[in-house]
Write a protein that binds this ligand. Structure first.
Ligand code: GLN
Length: 545
């Protein structure tokens, strides 16, 4: 029978609940248990697909084409749990389901209410989130205890827990112990109040995970235990990590979270778990051989979360060579009329991430031209790949009017265009080309060499595509098509074979990179960047000297 762990958060948002949830999955998997992870989000959007990155960070895409909260990215990077559309439910998705059923007559005669109809639908979603054979289902509730909008979710998990046999459901609450500089102490009151909020609606947390900047003293632990009605050994400290979020599973095991979970769920407790792969990873991250700097030229540069998976994948790629990656975050517009040589001077690689709309496109194109001409390793992803194609078309292949119809629907040369299947799409939610598609790599290309196989599956999230009408001209000019989605004859990845690294992927490889298994394209990009650092090419070298 499946056991359930509900993870709630208190005091403030952005406590790293997603990472703590993912870390719980890691420690359970180390016991040989089959784990599922799910996020319940209290907002009204049906999914986060239509939200601006400024609102909600990046939109993460799952293998089955669901546009998801970025926490699902943490789940996949840390664990082996199967992540897909069943791994997320929102107030919007729950209400649409209930309202649809009401319109179909599914509740004939009844008044449809938050309790029991919405709370029942939430419980159905929780059941769906744990595929058959799951030993432990971990469910993270978005938002903070005390929010009006999370109430139905908290009520639903209370009811759900009540229906489980003894030791088959538990509640982990993540809180903050703020440190007050003025008085030189950490405060427990916000934790007490947030646990109070949960208890008001009938949830008594079994375990408290306390985020803190400094170590928690024994007397604080006792105090929290007393006021929050949680055993002292189940008050677990989660201190800020030193180098990387990938230390969190190790820290939490050391602090006894693993033991607490095993006790509360009455799981077979035979051994101390072996975390040696994570320990190795921590060692490598903590003792880099050096640093390398990558320029990321994008539209949402001010917000780290907007390109979360990209930064993570770059760091994985660096760690593959035991190098720490520094980011030079550059707003694309700055490159449109600024001195690109100066802006990019000294970086060892350039990455252009995905994006939407016209803003910043010309800046990306100028940055790419400089990288191409100066042999700076460059990696384009989705919109970044489209910008690479436009740059090459305009400046090398002799198609000066090359454009994407996303920016100029009436352009002379629509080198990037909408597929017919996208022409009539009016609904914005869930209608892009989404999820994993097969891509056949072309023999003899850099990409085929990097991947080491010829059939790959990578995830997509876009509407526009490389226009095959220009393929011959572009290939003849030297921008090679390195991979095709054969069924639709779609160009998925392009490269300049004799450049140190110039690859543009229409798909998003960053969604498949893990700290313990860096994505081959990111590892190869960082390798090229390291080579560039060792022997910088012309302009960059001159500028540095
Ligand atoms: N705006 C582009 C498209 O829809 C690229 C999307 C992206 O970068 N994710 O095709």
């Amino acid at each position: 029978m499946t056991r359930y762990i509900f993870v709630t958060g208190g005091v403030v948002s952005s406590l790293g609940k997603g990472i703590t949830t993912a870390a719980i999955a890691v420690m359970l998997e180390k016991r040989g248990l089959k784990v599922s992870i799910q996020k319940l989000d209290p907002y009204i959007n049906v999914d986060p697909g239509t939200m601006s990155p400024f609102e909600h960070g990046e939109v993460y895409v799952t293998e089955d084409g669901y546009e998801a909260d970025l926490d699902l990215g943490h789940y996949e990077r840390f664990s082996q749990a199967p992540i897909g559309r069943h791994s997320n439910a929102t107030t919007g998705s729950i209400y649409s389901e209930v309202i649809r059923k009401e319109r179909e007559g599914g509740f004939l005669g009844q008044t449809v209410q938050v309790i029991p109809h919405i709370t029942d639908a939430i419980q159905d979603a929780i059941m769906r989130g744990a595929p058959k054979g799951t030993d432990v289902a971990i469910i993270e509730i978005g938002g903070t205890a005390g929010d009006i909008e999370s109430l139905p979710f908290l009520e639903a998990i209370r009811q759900f827990g009540l229906k489980q046999p003894k030791n088959h459901a538990m509640y982990v609450h993540l809180t903050l112990l703020p440190y007050l500089n003025a008085s030189g102490e950490m405060k427990t009151k916000p934790t007490q109040q947030s646990v109070g909020k949960l208890r008001e609606i009938g949830i008594q947390p079994d375990v408290l995970v306390c985020r803190c900047e400094r170590p928690m003293t024994q007397s604080m632990r006792q105090k929290i235990s007393l006021f929050c009605n949680v055993r002292p050994e189940d008050v677990i400290q989660e201190q800020d990590v030193k180098t990387t979020i990938y230390e969190v599973p190790l820290d939490l095991v050391r602090e006894g979270l693993d033991r607490a979970l095993v006790e509360h769920l009455a799981l077979p407790d035979n051994t101390r778990i072996n975390m040696s792969d994570w320990e190795d990873l921590r060692e490598r991250w903590a003792n880099p051989k050096g640093e390398i700097e990558i320029a990321v030229v994008g539209k949402y540069i001010e917000l780290h979360d907007a390109y979360k998976s990209i930064y993570e994948a770059l760091m994985h790629g660096g760690a593959a060579h035991q190098y720490k990656v520094r980011f030079r975050k550059i707003a694309a517009e700055v490159c449109a009329d600024g001195d690109v040589a100066k802006i990019l001077s000294g970086v060892h690689g350039l990455l252009i991430p995905g994006g939407f709309g016209e803003r910043g496109l010309e800046g990306k194109i100028r940055a790419l031209r400089w990288a191409r001409e100066n042999e700076l390793p460059a990696f384009g992803i989705c919109f970044g790949m489209q910008a690479m194609v436009l740059e090459y078309a305009r400046n090398v292949a002799g198609i000066p009017g090359a454009h994407t119809t996303e920016a100029d629907p009436d352009c002379a040369d629509p080198v990037i265009h909408l597929l017919d299947s996208q022409e009539d799409v009016t609904n914005k939610g869930g209608t892009m080309r989404l999820g994993a598609y097969a891509c056949r790599l072309v023999e003899g290309t850099r990409c085929a060499e990097i991947y080491g196989r010829d059939l790959i599956f990578e995830r997509h999230r876009h509407r526009w595509e490389y226009n095959n009408a220009y393929r011959k001209k572009l290939e003849q000019a030297g921008l090679r098509c390195a991979g095709i989605h054969e069924k639709g004859n779609l160009v998925e990845v392009v490269e300049i074979s004799d450049h140190p690294f110039y690859i543009g992927a229409q798909y998003h490889p960053e969604f498949k990179s893990k700290p313990l298994a860096p994505h081959p394209l990111f590892a190869a990009f960082l390798q090229a960047a390291l080579a560039h650092q060792a022997a910088p090419t012309n302009t960059a070298a001159e500028l540095q000297s």
